[in-house]
Write a protein that binds this ligand. Sequence first.
Ligand SMILES: [Cu+2]
Length: 410
Amino acid sequence: MSQRLLFSLLLVSTLFYGISNASAHTVLIHSDPAANSTVTALPEQISLTFADPLLVLGSHAINQVQVVDPSGAVITSANNVVKGAVLTNVLSPNALLSGVFHVSFRVVALDGHVISGTFNFSVGTTSATPTLPGPIPNGIFQITAIANGSGLMGEVGSPTQSARVSFDLDFTHKEICYQITTKIPDVLAVHVHSMNQTNMSISDEIFLPINLASLNSKEPFCTTVSLNTLSLLYYNSSRYMIMFHTKAFPNGAVAGPLTSPKSFATGIGVSLRGATLTSTALGGSSALVLSFTNNQSKSILLTGISSSLASSAMIFYDSNMCQGNNVMRPLQNIAVSSGQTQLLGYKYQGGILSGLRKKLSLGDQIALDVHWEDFAGNPRTSEILASVVKQPKGLRLGTDAMAGMPGMRH
Ligand SMILES: [Cu+2]
């Protein structure tokens, strides 16, 4: 299996073309995976190499390859990429299955002749029980990733696009639940790949396929995984990377490494949505809007907020920040019952960052930590990016809160 380089500009071509023959019609001379072969893991793409360049007619899909997994699901995308004599297509399976994969193709050679064919390859099961990298921990652990195009070198990526991903590793239910926030259009596939830290390359094999239905979904998407997959992510999270493949960048538009497991809980998690912070000068204060949903089966406590950009922060109760007669009362916590959404806003319950270490300008994205406690009293932290918005008319930050919070200004 070839590997692409991530952090190195060194590029090694591993494509070997067969000797082109002089016959009238082209033939398939090579594929990856190879016909009738057995591979240990599914690669992120299917690649067919023909003896001669294929005909390309603008955006017409005249060259097509399709892969069907052992469950009968089509796992290729609608995006067939032709480069000379090579046809590729990114694979987006919903699960990593072992068994027989069926490949069919139909291509047009430069002389106009249509060539079609089919073949199989297999993904084998590893017969030996894998040795887990450490003892199986109890409960749920959260890891996050921020993907962007700047991490990709030796590959063309999109430096302007990004994605934020959070994973809950649930050892009790052998499940991974994830949520993805991104504005990337035309996503063909999202994969978690392993990274080799010695030669800084990303594996072409799919470690964990990400279901595209999870993109910007309100609820976390959960999928059953093996204890081995959970343990590898738990113990070696920094050796894994999430990668978004798009129509514009089939080889990967944005990517980012997974962080170490951040916190512990025994429930499924929370959803954070619609976070905004009001613009403010350096050293000033900013009011938060955030909706916090408890996805767990029992009540939890929202215990606070913080940001590395603010010297202090709090959650509070206030009748109405926009009426000028308000007195903020700092809150230790807010109980949120199962399935309920708690809004932090400009009225009643709210949140404030103060002593900002940088000016917050319209459109900035600020990382915010939201602290909560699960029903068993385990402290957890979830992260969200808050967009900076204009301070609404009449918004006043309470005098009591100001006295208690050095650095807060109007
Ligand atoms: Cu990939």
